[in-house]
Design a protein around this ligand. Sequence first.
Ligand code: PLP
Length: 367
Amino acid sequence: MKVPYFRIKLREEEKKYFLRVLERGFLSFGKECLNFEENIEKMTGYKAVFVSSATAGLHIVYKALEIGKYEEVLVPSFTFTATIEPLLHLGAIPVFVDVISEKYPVIDIRDAERKISKRTKAMVFMHYGGFIVDMKPYLEFCKENNIYLIEDAAHAFPAKRDGKFAGTFGIAGVYSFYGNKNLHLGEGGIVLTNEESLYKKIKLLRNHGIEVLPFEKKELESEYDIKFPGFNYRPTEMQGALANLLFKRIDEIQNKRREIYLKIRKEVENKFIFPYETNMPSSYHINPIFTKNEKERIDLIRYLKEKGIQISHHYPPVHLFSYIKERYGRLKLEVTEDLSKREITLPLYPDMENEEVEYLIESLRDF
Ligand SMILES: Cc1ncc(COP(=O)(O)O)c(C=O)c1O
């Protein structure tokens, strides 16, 4: 048997609707995209800007907050490079902060306290795995130090804690809709904020600094001004259409993810270490486990490969990539480096068949 890391299955009626959208003859940002923004706004109560990817979203959030040359931003290293790379394009300095522990693999305030300086402008909190920890200490830390809290909520759509969605705790938050995410559009993202001026700026930055989107122009030659240079980070109508379709069954998708995650966890929790408490609010985007040591991880990878089970790794530490080492030398983050050497991400997706789940559990038990 083979169990892929993820698999996407669109419903027949979704494929049909998608074709109808293609036949409308307009494929750039249009009504489907606007409709999706409204869906997210109604759901979260926050202003939403639909962008071409979470990386693009983070880039324009950092830019709109005027994070610039030599300004420092506290970031985790136990994340994807996308949290960090836009900062370098703006000339800002990522300051890598360790994570707490295998139980809470998220940015550690105690380490942030050691690393904050007069030049620090923001902290980026990444909701590892899609789980939402208590955000109060992070909000307090950022408030006390007068810095922005930005959420990389790439994993965390549509998780909420105490009625509040991931991505709505800080000044701005970003979801990813990359191919294996909970709402899988191939590529795509959403920026959330409730700061009106920031919202306006982010919208402009998405569209070259131009106020009117191409489809909103009454006449093709209509005149416009540009007050600052932006980007083309617009998504397409295909992404918008797919987003609206999947949005309709997001509860079903989430229930299935949760059910599969909890089942796997319950069956093998005595053998492997799972982060967070079982009942912690989550989007259940990925299923990360930690082995006891590095050797066990290597053995488990080899074993699962033989069993035909595909896995992933979240994450190789960003501070150990060449582009960071060349700039800042060999930094040391003890917990991040240890966790990275012990992490394996198991398959988890709503269309996982029962037999696949059972096979995965049995294989893990027999290891
Ligand atoms: C934590 C994190 N941040 C940002 C991103 C970037 O998302 P995107 O591929 O939508 O640009 C990812 C992508 O997987 C991610 O895992």
